[in-house]
Design a protein around this ligand. Structure first.
Ligand code: PMV
Length: 314
């Protein structure tokens, strides 16, 4: 039962994984095959508010979504996990300030903000770990969007998933920059849930993924502890390409890249060959996310005109 007519507006940041979550060991609970590590995007994310209403409705960026809309249905299904009595209806208002032009996914920050709003609306006062574990059920990567900075989602071993939640790392890295290279903003052809399932079920190459991810996670921890940017960048780029290799080895093949994605990769490798330290990572879509440090910012911007640059640590 709601404890108030409406909640304050809550916020959760978007995040980008440096060691990716790819593959579920339990599709119902969104339990991952491997642990992952991300960096949150500071002020870029989702704001959400829930209020009592006479009918269930979901608003996105000021427009009401059709009842049958895929995202609206996911949001209401998520609310239903917590709605005990069926005699109240909710209005969920959600706004993304992630530049849609940057082609970033909003499900991570979306479900994290929704979980925070649900916690307020029903007066649950859940611990951060529990909030993270529940947000995970909306979207795996949402487990990491409860926190700022570097965040690790520990895969856990329990069958009920209550030990599969994220925790923040106690490290700041103020010089770190993230650049968003927009290749395409269109709706992706295969969503991450179907993409993961296809990979796990059909790609023999996927067998090597958990080992790669475990090793990369270790390297990233070391890189962050020592503020070793070369190690951070190399590990993140290799991790992303390894994940994409398992996608490509699926059947039917899963290739999220566009010709312009490959052109951007080549421009990055060329930049490195010329001594500019810039690396990339990519998710289940054609856009690239660049990693570099403040001292390379001017040069990276020169090479990627119109680049959106984020300082994750302010
Ligand atoms: O949270 P989902 O189900 O949208 O999956 C996210 C998958 C990747 O973005 C490719 C990797 C990650 O860890 O964020």
């Amino acid at each position: 039962t709601p404890v108030a007519d409406s909640t304050d507006t809550v916020f959760a940041p978007s995040n980008i994984a440096l060691c990716k979550y790819w593959g579920k060991r339990d599709a119902e609970l969104n339990l991952p095959v491997n642990s992952s590590l991300s960096i949150s995007l500071a002020h870029l994310g989702t704001k959400t508010r829930i209020s009592v209403s006479d009918q269930d409705q979901v608003w996105l960026n000021g427009a009401r979504l059709a009842t049958g809309d895929k995202f609206a249905r996911k949001v209401i299904a998520f609310i239903d996990l917590f709605r005990r009595d069926a005699d109240h209806r909710v209005k969920v208002e959600t706004e993304n300030n992630i530049p849609t032009a940057a082609g970033l996914a909003s499900s991570a920050s979306g479900f994290a903000a929704l979980m925070l709003a649900v916690d307020r609306f029903y007066g649950l006062n859940l611990e951060p770990q529990v909030l993270s574990a529940f947000a995970r059920m909306g979207s795996g990567s949402a487990s990491r969007s409860l926190y700022e900075g570097f965040v690790e989602w520990q895969m856990g071993i329990r069958e009920d998933g209550m030990d599969s939640f994220a925790l923040p790392l106690d490290s700041r890295w103020t010089e770190l920059r993230i650049g968003l290279v927009k290749v395409s903003t269109g709706e992706k052809a295969v969503d991450s849930r179907s993409g993961m399932n296809r990979t796990v079920e059909t790609a023999h190459l996927y067998q090597s993924w958990p080992l790669q991810a475990a090793a990369d996670l270790e390297r990233l921890h070391q890189a962050i502890a020592e503020q070793d940017f070369t190690r951070l960048g190399e590990t993140s780029e290799q991790n992303a390409l390894s994940m994409h290799a398992t996608m490509i080895a699926s059947w039917p093949p899963l290739l999220y890249w566009q010709p312009d994605s490959v052109a951007a990769m080549q421009a990055i490798w060329q930049a490195r060959a010329e001594g500019v330290e810039v690396y990339f990572t990519m998710d289940a879509g054609p856009n690239l996310k660049l990693l570099f440090t403040a001292d390379a910012e001017a040069e990276v911007k020169r090479r990627f005109p119109g680049l959106e640059v984020i300082s994750p640590f302010g």
